[in-house]
Write a protein that binds this ligand. Structure first.
Ligand code: 5AD
Length: 439
């Protein structure tokens, strides 16, 4: 984790460096970075310098978020889209100046999710990207995930680790293995936020999981997010007290009928009740839905985005649906149909990110692994440029990782350049994160 951007020093006075940021000049405390001079590039976080970097490195980082959108001729855009953008911009400024303009309605969201014309899509993505930049700058957060067990007692129709899938090899990591994998990522690589995820596997008792959380919190400065599904209120309370302060907990779909169909024996109501309990306890909850499920309509997806907003979560956790071998929703299609479906799903999910950003300017949006799986070359970049602001890297030990097959061909690469950009060691980064996440 996270939160650094490069800047070129224009001036230095009393240990403070001036940096050009957008059209403004800002002042950065050089802190313990010694020897910096005018003209040097530094990597900095909210208000502190982290280290001096060379110009090539700075350029490499800047390129990661460089916008390559071709300018769009506004005259060619449909009136409805133009008006919506004017309203959105006014609303943004209006919020600051306390002037309210028309809100985005559900039919508006459906309209945006249905855009297909390349110029219109460019307009949508670049509006969302501009908003990300103005709200969150280029601070890209890196989260790490350890998938510690692929046993699951449930049979979610889309999920590759569902109980009845006999085609995968099951594994459980021991408490020591989990603690070691997390400790290594924190101390040696600079991760500050680690997600502990598994199928719903009751062979880990409440106390087993709480023991792991305590061991990590006693030895490291780290934020722990749980992603272990529906457990009791008592479990979530004890885990919070032990130091797990975040939870990745999707509602998967806001359509109760579709939810019931996809999750035999479970209901949306029950899912949301657990989510609200976690919020009440004080968890920093990331939630959202699967996008592109069979039987899901554009109206359902628009409702999903509105549900994220209504729940008031500070972070979205959503991803595109990927048909997966060994599950009831897997249908073998011809290669070309598959490729076309993939392109469509990626596009639909990018629209979902962009609309979410427009509706919730400050929300944290990680690019999820499923998007990178569908578009390994560009998924990460395209997600960020459509309004996302965080990445999730896989920290599961290699020997287990390939068996955590929520979906096929899961993308697990961690490009060095992002780690260089997003991870740095030291307590200071933890404190900054603490401030940002407001625990
Ligand atoms: N495609 C995409 N995402 C999936 N998940 C489970 N199965 C799939 C799939 N086939 C997601 C669910 C779950 C998260 C851990 O993984 O949304 O909440």
């Amino acid at each position: 984790m996270c939160l650094t951007i490069p800047g070129k020093i224009i001036d230095i006075k009393n240990g403070m460096a001036s940096i050009a940021e957008n059209q403004n000049q800002i002042k950065i405390d050089l802190g313990f970075v010694s020897g910096a001079k005018v003209g040097d590039w530094i990597l900095y976080a909210t208000e502190r310098a982290v280290k001096i970097i060379d110009e090539n490195e700075a350029r490499e980082i800047i390129n990661l978020l460089e916008t390559k959108y071709k300018p769009v001729d506004n005259q060619k855009l449909p009136d409805r889209l133009k008006e919506m953008i004017v309203d959105l911009r006014a609303n943004q400024q209006g919020q600051r100046g306390k002037r309210k303009v028309k809100r985005i309605t559900k039919p508006d969201i459906e309209y945006l999710l249905s855009l297909e014309n390349p110029e219109e899509l460019t307009t949508l993505y670049s509006e969302a990207n501009t908003l990300r930049k103005s709200e969150l700058k280029d601070f890209v957060c890196i989260h790490g995930i350890i998938e510690f067990s692929n046993y699951c007692k449930n049979n979610c129709m889309y999920c590759g680790i569902q109980k009845d899938n006999e085609s995968i090899k099951r594994y459980r990591m021991s408490a020591d293995e989990i603690i070691e994998a997390a400790g290594d990522a924190i101390e040696n690589e600079g991760y500050k936020l680690v997600v502990l995820q598994s199928g719903e596997d009751l062979s880990y008792s409440d106390d087993d999981i709480i023991g792991i959380i305590s061991a990590l919190k006693n030895n490291h400065k780290v934020f722990i997010f749980l992603s272990v599904g529906e457990r009791s209120e008592n479990f979530y309370r004890k885990a919070f007290a032990a130091g797990a302060h975040g939870s990745l907990f999707r509602f998967e779909t806001s359509n109760p009928k579709l939810y019931a169909k996809l999750h035999p024996g479970h209901s949306l109501e029950q899912r949301l009740s657990s989510l609200r309990t976690q919020q009440k306890i004080g968890y920093y909850v990331a939630s959202g839905s699967l996008v592109g499920l069979p039987g899901q309509t554009i109206s359902d997806i628009a409702s999903d985005i509105l549900m994220v907003k209504k729940l008031g979560v500070p972070m979205i956790s959503s991803g595109p649906f990927i048909p997966t071998g060994g599950t009831p929703l897997y249908k073998i299609k011809s290669q070309s149909a598959n490729r076309r479906t993939k392109v469509k799903t990626v596009e639909l999910f990018l629209k979902y990110i962009a609309v979410s950003r427009l509706l919730m300017p400050e929300i944290k949006i990680p690019v999820t692994t499923a998007l990178e799986t569908l578009d390994p070359e560009n998924g990460r970049h395209r997600g960020l440029l459509a309004g996302a602001n965080a990445l999730m890297f896989n920290l599961t030990p290699k020997k287990y990782c390939k068996n955590y097959k929520i979906y096929d061909n899961k993308y697990v690469e961690r490009e060095k350049v992002w780690q260089k950009y997003g991870l740095f060691k030291g307590e200071e980064s933890y404190e900054m994160l603490e401030k940002r996440l407001r625990f």
